[in-house]
Design a protein around this ligand. Structure first.
Ligand code: GLV
Ligand code: MN
Ligand code: MN
Length: 407
């Protein structure tokens, strides 16, 4: 395994969208496109045949000796949240290519192997995640993309069009489930457990699913000097109460693995001398226990309705995404476990608390997700770090897993 090439390539990708506070390659941005083109060029250099599908997923293919055989897929994404890190998604793309290069050096495999760089995995831009893999698995279609907007109000439909993609062709990116043998993704854990337990590899058994709410609070904008305190309809006060409600309710459900976050708040008119008249907020609820997620959301809806009445600020809730936790394939987990044992690597079976393209791929193929530790569990942050030896361990496990699946 060429560690220098791996670390250097991760470094090259980090130059695309590099800013003072982190790396920003938002979904469908020019930076994401450039990163995908860079990856496509690396795949060509490695000898893969490369195509872009109708949603801009990059697919590099290594032929097997049986041209009629099902394909083994691996891959991840190259978009980031605002001010993100170097490793989220990147490890699975660069690692996937390093693994395929290693397999090529060993000689022909029976099954073809493909590396996918999924478009638009992160939810940061639209509150709607894993768009490339949702398209690939038929879980979304362009007709619903008028509802999905970025922070500037541009619809996903418009942005996809402006990226030069043809909406009428999107369906052509859907893969036939009968043609896929397996999907395996390599990714940083994005949380603290592997490092804490000093385990090299996480074998993911289930992926937490996000529910995302856009909440609109209607107060009344008013003069911040002359409006008496007991005559205000301050939308930001209601918003603050909702932030605390999310925190309290998620804490009550935390023992079931459920978490809740308010990550977006927009205040209107956002002026020092005006009582806030309107607030939009984004809430992200996740967990691996579906019943607990449903209870959390119901408790939150009840709390929001009490706040709306008490503060006399009508509040509407738009459910942007409501996904179910996804169970991954047992036999692939067993294969990965066997590989870890063969390589003498300590591993944990664990859930993934972050979302990944694997959760969509699992709907059409036996799917597995392999984690490596990331320092202090920090992710979606410039401080995100995975040590070279952990990355190489992860790639070795991915290589041997792909080998067993495709040989
Ligand atoms: C992906 O990074 C997520 O937000 O789960
Ligand atoms: Mn991420
Ligand atoms: Mn990711």
């Amino acid at each position: 395994m060429d560690t220098n090439w791996i670390i250097n390539t991760i470094g090259q990708l980090a130059n695309i969208g590099d800013g003072e506070r982190g790396i920003t390659r938002l979904a469908f941005s020019d930076e994401e496109r450039r990163a995908k083109e860079y990856a496509a060029e690396l795949m060509r250099q490695a000898g893969l045949s490369v195509r872009f599908d109708a949603i801009g997923n990059v697919i590099g293919r290594l032929e097997g000796t049986d041209s009629t055989a099902k394909v083994v897929l691996t891959g991840s994404h190259l978009d980031t949240p605002p001010d993100g890190g170097k490793y989220d998604g990147v490890v699975g793309v660069v690692g996937g290519l390093a693994a395929i290069k290693e397999l090529m050096a060993r000689g022909p495999l029976t099954l073809p192997v493909e590396l996918v760089v999924f478009t638009a995995e992160e939810s940061s831009r639209f509150g709607y995640a894993t768009i490339g893999s949702k398209v690939m698995t038929g879980l979304t279609n362009a007709s619903s993309w008028n509802r999905v907007k970025d922070q500037t109000g541009l619809t996903l439909k418009q942005i996809v069009k402006d990226s030069g993609l043809n909406l009428a062709e999107i369906k052509g990116a859907v893969r036939n489930r009968d043609a896929i043998q397996a999907f395996v993704e390599l990714h940083i854990e994005g949380g603290p457990y592997l490092e804490r337990y000093r385990h090299s590899i996480g074998i993911v058994e289930a992926i937490a699913a996000p529910t995302r709410l856009r909440i609109l609070i209607e107060g009344q904008a008013a003069h911040s000097g002359s409006t008496p305190m007991d005559e205000r309809k301050d939308a930001l006060v209601s918003a603050a109460m909702i932030v605390l409600a999310v925190q309290d309710i998620a804490m009550e459900h935390a023992h079931q693995g459920t978490v809740g976050t308010v990550g977006i708040m927009r205040v209107y008119p956002n002026a020092m001398n005006v009582v806030p008249g309107r607030v939009e907020m984004g809430v992200d609820i996740r967990g691996v226990d579906h019943a607990s997620i449903i209870d959390t959301i119901q408790d939150l809806k009840d709390a929001i309705s009490t706040i709306a009445d008490g503060q006399d600020t009508p509040i509407s809730i738009d459910v942007l995404a409501s996904e179910k936790p996804v169970k991954l394939d047992d036999s692939i987990a067993l294969t990965v476990e066997g590989v870890c044992n063969d390589l003498g690597l300590k591993y944990s079976r664990m859930p993934s608390r972050a979302g990944h393209d694997t959760m969509n791929m699992a709907k059409i193929a036996p799917a597995g997700l392999i984690f490596i530790p990331c320092h202090k569990g920090i992710s979606h942050n410039i401080e995100e770090y995975a040590a070279p030896e952990d990355i190489v361990n992860g790639i070795n496990v991915l290589t041997e897993t792909l080998y067993k699946l495709a040989k």
